[in-house]
Design a protein around this ligand. Sequence first.
Ligand code: NAP
Length: 356
Amino acid sequence: MKHSADRSSCLKKAPSLRVGVIGATGMVGQELVRLLERRGSFPVGELVPFSSGSQRRTVSFRGRRLAAGPVDQAALASCSLVFFVSSDEVSRRLAPGLAGRGIWTIDDSSAFRLDPGVPLVIPEVNAHVLKRSSRLIAGPNCTMTPLAVAAVALHRGAGIKEVRLATYQSVSGAGRSALEEFFLQVHEKGRLRVEGRAPVLGGSAHSALPGPIAYNVIPQVGGFDAEGRSVEENKVAGELRKVWEAPSLKVSVTAVRVPVVRGHAMAAWLTLGRPLSPAAARAAISRTPGLKLFPDGDYPTPLAVADTEPVCVGRIRKGATSRELCLWLAYDNLLKGAALNSVQIAEELLRRGWLA
Ligand SMILES: NC(=O)c1ccc[n+]([C@@H]2O[C@H](COP(=O)([O-])OP(=O)(O)OC[C@H]3O[C@@H](n4cnc5c(N)ncnc54)[C@H](OP(=O)(O)O)[C@@H]3O)[C@@H](O)[C@H]2O)c1
């Protein structure tokens, strides 16, 4: 109770802020703008949205349409806080300079996540790593964040030694161009199916993903390294070790793209340092903020949890031994997997009185 009282008094005293969003017209950026408006917890005085500038684009904020043009350094320099939701390249080019000038910079790309000098933050898990002097803050990968939240209580209580995951990642996780291709493929394949022909697509119809995703499943998210691991699989492992401060944690992942519009899911197998019953695991998990626990026999699906904020957990059960647990997670990749986590980081800065 004390925590929420402190929080609201801080929010009341907070000044109106000029907030930049680089990538405001993308999948994550649009959600971020919507959250800044919807949560009402953040005193945005002026929103300054940016896009690539390749087309005339606008974003809607508090009933007004705001032009989202290309990045303008002068406009950025007068912001107190800038969210980066565009690309690794844009973040690398612009974020360190802004942070160096004292502007709070929250980056959703993977450019700085494993940089030892940049805090990688999930507020429910490791807000303690935020420092007033570290103005550049990274938000983790959309696959890692929900797992780190869902299993942190088990990790603290029973010392997780090994995590094995199979992910089921929606197409919106690969950005707007992948989603546009997916809709085109569904349309084209649907027509082919009706005509009774084999649903084969031309090669030009899938440039955003490694293959056609409509009516398909692709066990590749990003390029492969020399050992055959994908970029996404390596991101999950490295980032989870950093956020949990567990350098020796063993992590094996198979990351899979599935033909779902929005909402990721994953099956997780956890090996604990000591035996823990599913009932005890449920009790521990239920105390973590930001989670919704489903009762036995019920489970979340991406379709059911799309556009909702909590990480949803179900099917908690014993694995092959008393030290192994299996879980099922589903969550909105654009919200807790990206935009919501970034906004929560900003809210934490505000609560501490660091944003001016
Ligand atoms: N999608 C997810 O589930 C997810 C989850 C976690 C993290 N992320 C990260 O979040 C970021 C955005 O992902 P997304 O899925 O939202 O991508 P997206 O849908 O492709 O959107 C990209 C955004 O960046 C803008 N942009 C592109 N080049 C730019 C430039 N040179 N200068 C300024 N803006 C530029 C685009 O503007 P236009 O509208 O003009 O093209 C668009 O607003 C990426 O770093 C991604 O890794 C995504």
